[in-house]
Design a protein around this ligand. Structure first.
Ligand code: ZN
Length: 355
């Protein structure tokens, strides 16, 4: 699907500090301040999946691997996703209570991934009620390693290799979309998946529906004195502090969302912002777009709803507060941590609890 060329944006006109578009520039002309680009590890096969019957064909050809997902949980063995033989699994599950509600093509492993290049991956979306019957399910299926556990992404993300992480994130994103988009938004008829599970079509009016992603901005706000503003919600004595974030509203540019959200949440007036990088966070459907922003303000007034606490930190104050346990900042898995360390200019040492 191609999008029409959008008109030139005019929302950046007031600020001379925003970066120019990168399109068409050689890589060595890019700013060196952006977060590292992590290459895709899975070829999603957007052309291959359009072929009718491609999933069946793939299954019959042998060698395809299956990831199983029930609710938000996947089978994990040690530090790895359990990938089963897809054809065998389909055979085992036939006519059982665990027969997948849907199969989705995830793509094939690219060179550089932790799987042999070309490994084809199919997502088996199991019925939700299966979660409580995991042991019985495992008794039916050959090839599940002893000790394998069902786990959610947050529980295992720190341990997974980059390829398993990519598979789990992609699978979660597409599964969450199917779970909440079962009916046509125009006429209410139940829609039917096609294109390897990447489109749903309404049989009544023929409309096609594509997976959705909700853009959200996440921002390091840096004050006139160079200090970083972090905030948190919940109880006033809570110790967790992070970057501020919020969803982009319809009809709004990313930059406008940054200015609005920071204004709403902590009463700080952003004067300029710059995009640094992004992270898919499909729980349920977010794409986190990381920015750093500057302000002339040195005070903050939390809205008391989304943000109840806000504090400014110099670099040494932040490192000291983390080491002393005064505050806890986002984990290394998150773009929040990358953004904070981008401002910091290096790795922030975590507190090591010896207890
Ligand atoms: Zn319809």
């Amino acid at each position: 699907m191609s999008l029409a060329e959008p008109p030139a944006p005019n929302n950046q006109a007031q600020s001379g500090t925003l970066v120019s578009p990168h399109a068409g520039l050689a890589a060595n002309h890019l700013l060196d301040t952006v977060l590292p680009v992590r290459p895709a590890l899975i070829d999603r096969g957007s052309a291959a999946r359009l072929k009718p019957g491609m999933l069946e064909e793939l299954m019959n050809s042998g060698g395809a691997r299956a990831m199983v997902l029930s609710g938000r949980q996947a089978l994990i063995n040690g530090n790895s996703l359990v990938l089963l033989d897809a054809a065998e699994l389909a055979l085992h599950l036939q006519d059982t209570a665990y027969a997948p509600e849907q199969l989705i093509y995830l793509g094939s492993a690219l060179p550089g991934s932790d799987l042999p290049a070309g490994t084809e991956l199919i997502l088996f979306l199991l019925p939700q009620q299966f979660e409580v019957q995991a042991e019985e399910f495992e008794a039916h299926i050959a090839g599940i390693p002893e000790g394998a556990q069902w786990a959610g992404f947050r529980d295992v993300a720190a341990a997974l290799n980059p390829t398993d992480t990519a598979i789990f994130v992609e699978a979660s994103a597409i599964a969450n979309w199917h779970g909440t988009h079962t009916h046509c938004p125009r006429c209410g008829t139940a829609t039917v998946p096609e294109a390897g599970g990447w489109v749903r079509r309404c049989p009544s009016d023929g409309s096609e529906h594509y997976p959705r992603t909700d853009p959200a901005i996440i921002v390091t706000v840096v004050g006139a004195d160079g200090r970083l503003l972090l905030g948190g919600g919940g109880p006033l004595d809570a110790r967790n502090y992070s970057t501020l974030a919020g969803f982009v509203e319809p009809g709004e540019s990313l930059e406008q969302a940054v200015v609005r959200e920071i204004g709403e949440e902590v009463g700080v007036r952003v004067t300029a912002c710059q995009y640094l990088g992004s992270q898919s966070w499909p729980f349920p459907a977010s794409l986190m777009l990381g920015f750093t922003a500057t302000t002339e303000d040195t005070e903050a007034a939390p809205d008391g709803v989304e943000v109840t606490r806000a504090r400014w930190f110099s670099r040494s104050e932040l490192q000291e507060a983390v080491l002393s346990g005064d505050i806890v900042i986002s984990s290394r898995l998150s773009i929040a941590r990358s953004l904070i360390e981008h401002w910091y200019g290096g790795v922030i040492q975590d507190r090591v609890d010896t207890a």
